[in-house]
Design a protein around this ligand. Structure first.
Ligand code: NAP
Length: 351
């Protein structure tokens, strides 16, 4: 399929370009960014920050304006657009009949737009049929969650299914790549921790609740539980970690029952043969000082969710940590997996 990338020059856009090299189903044929970059060769417009060489053919491509006319020849687009422009740009492409698979926050809470993690809520893709961007249904939007909601929802899914959730308390330790490029000033983050990330904490309740919600007849019914979240920026490069406490609706007889629920998680996309899917989606570490971003964020192509420190808790019922690569599982890689699921399920069709 022919694929365009919106926001191709940014940190997430570059990760799309990198991850799509050699992809068996998707080929990049159009790149878009702001007016600052449009008209330039990609190699001149982008400050390439990936640690592999920029593919020559991509470097020679001309960056396009993010308007529907630029993407007429593609089958769908990925979006790594800045949220200040994503509502208008993504909406205009969908209205022009071009499916949009987005990383931006703008449409995540729209009642007709799936917020998708394939291993958590693959059935939510049916919401696409309720969208009205085009009369014939050819243009639609699917989003993936915030880079912290991804590891959280993957970790909470087996726990929620087995025990329900009454309350959640989360403290995150988020890598600097999550702030895009140039991101956080070096003088703020080197040898330091910044105990606030603008706009991040309010996303955790609505995004995990939508992801864990049940789909029926075009509507998602969401579980509602109170969430206390503190989001911090730490001087790691990749891999967002969260320390999580959960009050469960149904009390387990022991922590081993919770461990069993996680280990026995049935991955709903395990048999679909999606190229970017990790073989083992949840890795529960038993070693007391695991997981660690530097050791584990890149495992299984950066698509695995790592859990550890699972234990009974004193105030709530259970505590654990979870961690996933924020620009792969939490952004571009997650969006590519979404596109693979949508292709497999017949929502994406090549022209
Ligand atoms: P970034 O590095 O700042 O890149 C932003 C991109 O948007 C650039 O390609 C930029 O093009 C483009 N852009 C800015 N203004 C534009 C305009 N007026 N018209 C068209 N394009 C415009 O940001 P990022 O970290 O890649 O994040 C991209 C999106 O993904 C954001 O919505 C972010 O919240 C989301 N996200 C990021 C992460 C992460 O870990 N970084 C994770 C999940 C979701 P120019 O280069 O031409 O300015």
């Amino acid at each position: 399929m022919k694929v365009g990338i919106l926001g191709a020059t940014g940190a997430v856009g570059q990760k799309f370009i990198r991850l799509l090299q050699g992809h068996p189903w998707f080929e990049i044929t159009a790149l878009g960014a702001s007016e600052r970059s449009a008209g330039k060769k990609y190699k001149d417009a982008a400050n390439w920050i990936e640690d592999v060489n920029l593919p020559d053919y991509v470097g020679e491509m001309t960056v396009l304006e993010c308007v529907p006319e630029s993407f007429k020849g593609v089958d769908f687009v990925f979006s790594g657009l800045d949220s200040s422009v994503a509502t208008e740009v993504e909406g205009s492409l969908a209205k022009a009949g071009i499916p949009v698979i987005s990383n931006a926050k703008n449409y995540r809470q729209h009642p007709n737009v799936p917020l998708l993690v394939p291993e958590v809520n693959p059935d939510h893709i049916e919401l696409i049929n309720t969208q009205t961007f085009t009369e014939d249904g050819s243009g639609w939007i699917v989003t993936n969650p915030n880079c912290v909601a991804v590891p959280l929802s993957l970790a909470l899914k087996p726990i929620y299914d087995a025990f329900g959730i009454e309350a959640l308390q989360v403290t995150t330790m988020q890598a600097i790549s999550g702030a895009g490029y140039p991101g956080v000033a070096s003088l703020d983050i080197l040898g330091n921790v910044v105990p606030f990330i603008g706009g991040e904490e309010p996303k955790i309740a609505p995004e995990t609740q939508k992801l864990l919600g049940s789909y029926s007849d075009g509507v998602i019914t969401e579980p509602k539980y109170p969430v206390d979240a503190t989001c911090t920026r730490v001087p790691t490069l990749n891999g967002h970690m969260a320390a999580v406490n959960v009050k469960l609706a149904k009390k387990p007889t022991s922590i081993d029952e919770v461990r069993e629920a996680i280990l026995n998680f049935k991955n709903p996309i395990a048999d679909l043969g999606l190229p970017s899917a990790p073989k083992q989606v949840i890795k529960l570490h038993e070693r007391i000082n695991y997981p660690q971003p530097r050791l584990h964020a890149d495992q299984e192509g950066g698509m695995q969710l790592h859990m550890g420190r699972l234990r009974a808790a004193e105030i709530f019922d259970i505590s654990f940590v979870c961690m996933a690569h924020n620009t792969i599982r939490g952004a571009a890689g997650g969006a590519i997996l979404n596109a693979e699921l949508l292709f497999k399920k017949g929502f994406l069709k090549s022209s």
